[in-house]
Design a protein. Structure first.
Length: 94
């Protein structure tokens, strides 16, 4: 999984994905007007950040749904006595 397994991406994740070398702070809530660009960094546009954040959020949601679907498939196969794929087996290994 390329994006974040445990939590939904935030504005800071999107900024870092666009430019891994940019230095910035977000002061307060996760809002564009709260970004402080550091060391003379060229600001990334609000629309670019919002587009990247939407892309990352969609990918995160799709990955989470795929994990849910894989677990459901594994459970159904176990109940039916069918063989699991390796990915399905990995969802139930503790």
């Amino acid at each position: 999984m390329e994006y974040f397994k445990l939590r939904i991406p935030c504005m800071a994740n999107a900024i870092t994905k666009i430019n891994p070398n940019v230095k910035f702070n977000i002061n307060g809530s996760d809002a564009y007007e709260n970004i402080e660009w550091l060391n003379g960094a060229t600001p990334i546009s609000q629309s670019d950040i919002e587009d990247k954040l939407a892309e990352m959020t969609t990918a995160w949601e799709n990955e989470k749904q795929a994990e849910i679907d894989l677990k459901a498939s594994a459970k159904a196969k176990l109940i039916a006595g069918e063989a699991l794929t390796e990915d399905e087996a990995n969802t139930i290994v503790l």
